[in-house]
Design a protein around this ligand. Sequence first.
Ligand SMILES: Cc1cc2nc3c(=O)[nH]c(=O)nc-3n(C[C@H](O)[C@H](O)[C@H](O)COP(=O)(O)OP(=O)(O)OC[C@H]3O[C@@H](n4cnc5c(N)ncnc54)[C@H](O)[C@@H]3O)c2cc1C
Length: 361
Amino acid sequence: MSDILVIGGGVIGLMTARELAVAGAKVTLVEMSETGRESSWAGGGIISPLYPWRYADAVTALAGWSQREYPQLCAQLAEETGVDSELLRSGLLILDAEEEAAARAWAATHQAVIEVLDVVALEASEPGLAPRPERVLWMPEIAQVRNPRLTKALRRAIAPRVTIREHEEVVELLVEGDRASGARSRKGEIRADQVVVCTGAWTGKLLEQIGAAPAIHPVRGQMILFYGKPGEVRHIVLSHDHYVIPRKDGRILIGSTLEEVGFTKATTAEAKEELYRSAVELFPLLKHTPIEDHWSGLRPAAPSGVPYIGGYPGIDGLYFNAGHYRNGLVTGPASARLIADLMLGRDPITDPTPYALGAPR
Ligand SMILES: Cc1cc2nc3c(=O)[nH]c(=O)nc-3n(C[C@H](O)[C@H](O)[C@H](O)COP(=O)(O)OP(=O)(O)OC[C@H]3O[C@@H](n4cnc5c(N)ncnc54)[C@H](O)[C@@H]3O)c2cc1C
């Protein structure tokens, strides 16, 4: 029997398992497919919310803590596993300068760096970009990670101390009286003193069985990938909710769509066309660049994008860490530390109240 059962092996479950194992807990992680293959694989890996001023302070608090933690986390993972998560401080250019006032007010409150570039500075900074607005917003500190590499590194890092059970779907949470006692999977019972549900978009399905469930639903996001060359695009560029991310090796990602289609993960020709059009409007050189891949993922959407992190009311030992919507990479490290603090009775890194099940969102 394990002290703690983590259900779900996306970035949230992997980081949660790591935090708990590092603190000395005996942890089992159970995943219905393979770790890091769902939303956490599909995402762009931008270590910032898009238009961060549009979000609640509860999201900003988790994002800020995680942004400070990422360099150390990636360095430690690389040392332990040999896998480079490709943390890259590529900076974020935002072409929607009509949001300048809101952006500046938010930056002043949260000590964030947001500069304004004029058209000359923009041309020097991003020569391949076609639109030349008079003013753009520039966040030089924003970084990205290559999320499939990050989840690979996390899995390797926890493997020596966490029991990882893949291809095993949990179908029921086990509760005895007012205490969690484990879960039932398609392969049998897994007993544990504490259980934490990190099942992303699927979280409602499990928690509904025992009562009130977090209001999390899937929102599909599609991306395309160009086989670009290093330097063609220099920074992350965001314009009208579409973004371009240049990877270290020259590959260029374009995202993304926001689609309410339930648990359907198929990609569509319409979305590919929409993303392609947006890409070549921003960077005409991409007309001559082959598209290498096109995929989708199901974001775990919670109201206002504020994740659910905390203990299940009335059931001792049952916890959740889910609903990170568009920001699971950037809020993951803080969410994992916070849930570990709550489960292990430590002082929490931030006030947990806004993330509770019944908190207003
Ligand atoms: C197109 C796109 C772009 C994105 N871009 C960014 C970005 O740039 N920056 C950012 O911060 N975030 C981004 N995100 C959001 C981010 O990817 C998610 O918030 C994050 O991956 C959520 O992590 P998770 O572990 O909760 O979910 P998931 O990665 O979906 O993991 C949940 C896991 O639980 C498993 N599971 C579910 N039910 C069960 C069960 N019953 N039994 C066992 N296992 C189960 C699933 O198989 C899955 O592996 C993006 C998402 C998408 C789709």
